[in-house]
Write a protein that binds this ligand. Structure first.
Ligand SMILES: Cc1ncc(COP(=O)(O)O)c(C=O)c1O
Length: 441
């Protein structure tokens, strides 16, 4: 996704010195300037007390140690201060959202007033569609990718039903070409152009959850705008994984969760981006008191006056206990720097692919695109021999302390993440994967 030239070089530089030996992985870790960040995480251990090889940040990132402290602090202040903590807590709960602004700007490339932490992903998607999916006359179609994450598709179907529209006629899905696993940008653009003035909304992932394919969101936005449609993005698998430039790309809105690459914990508070161009027109929205302008919120006036910017889309007061870990996690990401993280991620994922290709040969099919600009850290693999064998290989990995996941019908997803994964983690994955492929017929 718009990787810089420097990023690409960083990925490819690795390859000339590449070796399948463990020492090579050890040397890469020794040279890794982000290596110290691993110690800032609590990493899960197995039943035998040994650390697991945690490659599952595409699903749930591990706990930053500071997150445990921040949650404990909030609990202690609640116990000590009660209601006065809204104003007197170390991080007053009344203004809690401001704790996220700089960090969210860093990971989204937004202006300060274009981002807000709130709710969970699917709810935020509904709130955004309530404002930005406004079917009028023939312009009523929503374009998504075939095989979109179920919750996104359910949300889109829910919106269509809410507007009393027939999904058969209004939901359009783009599929990969026959025999291909991932989408071609030119096919997405062609479909957008074909839908022309009937297209109301393009809802696209930054990174596709199953294949790990990253998309050029700037191009998708331009194509949508050329037809007068809204471009909205689900950044669940992109945020904290790839540097984003939501403002620059001109996206109309974006939503995300914080429990994957933002490492903010299960069910953590999610977030939204709304481009500043929508602030002047103030579209209608599903409103609540936390979206009211803060200066007069507690005057409890009957009329709703939206707060300036994305904050005007907030509805309820934030859940402090599920929001505190995000402060810790964003602080760590800002300190490491999303560009540094991406540079390491490109190397680590390139190493993973190269090592698995050399050591496991035809035993694996790589679903995720090979070019660094077309993926983040995730690699999606299919095990040769069919889904039953694939599942057995996946189970063997789990039994040997490798944490990754299985997506029906036949995909193993692994995500070496730059803040806490080492090259030796990937080496260990390769060892276990090769052994499983040999043992399981
Ligand atoms: C792409 C995508 N969309 C939607 C969701 C659902 O998120 P939530 O349960 O936070 O609404 C997920 C969760 O993993 C996801 O990966």
């Amino acid at each position: 996704m718009n990787a810089s030239a420097q990023d690409l070089t960083a990925g490819l530089e690795l390859l000339p010195q590449f070796s399948t030996a463990r020492d090579f992985a050890i040397d890469c870790d020794a040279a890794d300037i982000l290596a110290p960040y691993r110690r800032q995480f609590e990493l899960p251990v197995g039943a035998n007390g040994q650390p697991l090889v945690y490659l599952c940040g595409h699903s749930l990132g591990p706990a930053p140690r500071a997150a445990l402290d921040y949650v404990s602090e909030e609990l202690a202040e609640w116990a000590q201060l009660g209601v006065s903590g809204h104003h007197t807590a170390t991080r007053p709960w009344i203004d809690y959202a401001q704790n996220f602004t700089k960090g969210l700007q860093h990971v989204t490339g937004a202006l300060a007033n274009e981002v807000v932490a709130m709710n969970s992903l699917t709810i935020n998607l509904h709130l955004m569609m309530a404002s930005f999916y406004r079917p009028v006359g023939m312009r009523d179609k929503i374009l998504i990718e075939e095989g979109a994450f179920s919750s996104d598709r359910h949300a889109v179907l829910g919106q269509l039903a809410w507007h009393k529209l027939d999904a058969e006629a209004t939901l359009v899905e783009v599929a990969p070409r026959a025999g291909e696993e991932t989408l071609r940008i030119e096919d997405i653009e062609a479909k957008i152009e074909e839908l022309d003035s009937e297209l109301a909304l393009v809802l696209w992932p930054g990174v596709q959850y199953r294949t790990g394919q990253a998309f050029d969101c700037a191009r998708i936005t331009r194509a949508a705008h050329a037809q007068g449609a809204i471009a909205g993005f689900d950044m669940a698998h992109a945020i904290g994984n790839l540097p984003l430039e939501l403002h620059e790309w001109g996206a109309d809105f974006a939503v995300w969760c914080s429990y994957k690459y933002l490492n903010a914990g299960p069910g953590a508070i999610g977030g939204c981006f709304v481009h500043e161009r929508h602030f002047t027109s103030s579209p209608s929205r599903l409103s609540g008191w936390w979206g009211h302008e803060p200066q007069t919120r507690f005057q409890m006036q009957p009329e709703f006056k939206p707060a300036a910017g994305a904050a005007g889309w907030a509805v309820s007061n934030p859940p402090i206990l599920s929001a505190a870990p995000l402060i810790a996690s964003l602080e760590m990401i800002r300190s490491a720097g999303i560009d540094e993280m991406r540079a390491k991620s490109i190397r680590l994922t390139a190493y993973t692919e190269r090592l698995l290709r050399e050591r496991c040969g035809a035993g694996l099919q790589f679903i995720t695109p090979e070019a660094p600009e077309d993926r983040g850290c995730q690699l999606s693999l299919r095990v040769a021999g069919g889904p039953r064998r694939g599942r057995r290989v996946f189970d063997a990995l789990s039994d040997h302390g490798i944490v990754c996941d299985w997506r029906e019908p036949d995909i193993v997803r692994i995500a070496p993440a730059p803040l806490y994964n080492r090259f030796v983690d990937v080496f260990e994955l390769a060892e276990q994967l090769c052994a499983a492929l040999k043992e399981i017929s």
